[in-house]
Design a protein around this ligand. Structure first.
Ligand SMILES: C[S@@+](CC[C@H](N)C(=O)[O-])C[C@H]1O[C@@H](n2cnc3c(N)ncnc32)[C@H](O)[C@@H]1O
Length: 263
């Protein structure tokens, strides 16, 4: 495993102690966004093959594992070392032999220019401290004709609803950086000579109690966040499908899964 010796980031402080919890998180192990990723790489059919794949913000590896099946070699990279240890353990348990690990930030990729065939990233980009730098780096390491396949929560185009979402996310997880509107991401991709060739719009279904427990939100802040959900404006509750269930709240974040080709 290659090492990053920089001082810890907020992401490392949040994800490090909770790595084992993320390794058993149902929504990370399998959800509609992962199914979209698998469909786009044709993980089941196996007609597409990729030489080198790089998975950014790999966490416990749940995206890297199926993509390993269509890659000659896959590098599961993450800034948080305990997460990589979970990916290593689970990868071994699943008998995945072509998985390598690299501890690095998505903003500084220790790989040569035009050396990677496919870059994947799922439910991580909203944590990247500098998303634009991560896109620059992805552009740099991808071969011409290579693909970026990204799945992440996104913000609705309505700015008031977007502000509510980012405020809630930040209070629940201080490593949260930003959920962006699709129009903004699209602009950043175009600026970097990426063309989006495939899209999917799954939702990420969550339960409030488990969601706040995963990042160890204090009881006081949990109560305050509960109130925010229940008292949010109708348009916000509708956008996130907020619904009380038993002693919990069901809600969902919109997600965008896209494959963009570097020309
Ligand atoms: C929700 S988890 C990822 C889930 C995983 N991709 C999956 O499919 O199950 C988010 C991960 O992003 C990582 N992360 C946050 N900021 C990062 C950065 N700037 N560079 C690389 N990884 C980062 C965290 O350490 C964490 O492991």
């Amino acid at each position: 495993m290659t090492q990053d010796n920089n001082p810890p980031l907020a992401a490392q402080q949040v994800f490090g102690p909770q790595a084992a919890v993320y390794a058993t998180s149902k929504v990370h192990i399998r959800d509609d966004s992962l199914e979209s990723v698998e469909r786009m790489v044709d993980a089941a059919g196996g007609t597409n093959r990729y030489g080198w794949t790089l998975d950014l913000g790999t966490g416990a590896g749940f995206t890297a594992f199926p993509v390993a099946g269509v890659s000659d070699r896959i590098i599961a990279s993450d800034v948080t070392e305990p997460m990589l240890r979970q990916a290593q353990r689970l990868g071994r348990e699943r008998g995945i032999a072509n998985l390598d690990l690299s501890q690095n930030a998505a903003e500084t990729l220790p790989f040569a220019d035009e050396s990677v065939d496919l870059v994947t990233s799922r439910v991580s980009a909203h944590h990247f401290r500098d998303f634009e730098k991560a896109l620059d780096e992805t552009q740099r390491v991808l071969k011409p004709g290579g693909s970026l396949l990204m799945a992440d929560s996104i913000a609705p185009e309505d700015s008031a609803i977007t502000d509510w979402m980012n405020d809630i996310e930040l209070r629940r997880d201080f490593s949260h950086i930003e959920n962006r509107k699709i129009s903004k991401i699209q602009e950043l991709l175009t600026d970097r000579s990426f063309t989006v060739v495939e899209n999917d719009y799954p939702r990420i279904y969550l339960r409030f109690n488990e969601w706040t427990a995963r990042t160890k939100v204090s009881p006081e802040e949990t109560e305050a966040l509960h109130k925010e959900f229940m008292e949010a404006p109708a348009a916000t509750r509708e956008a996130f499908q907020v619904a009380p269930v038993h002693n919990d709240i069901a809600f969902s974040w919109p997600c965008w899964v896209f494959r963009a080709v570097k020309w």
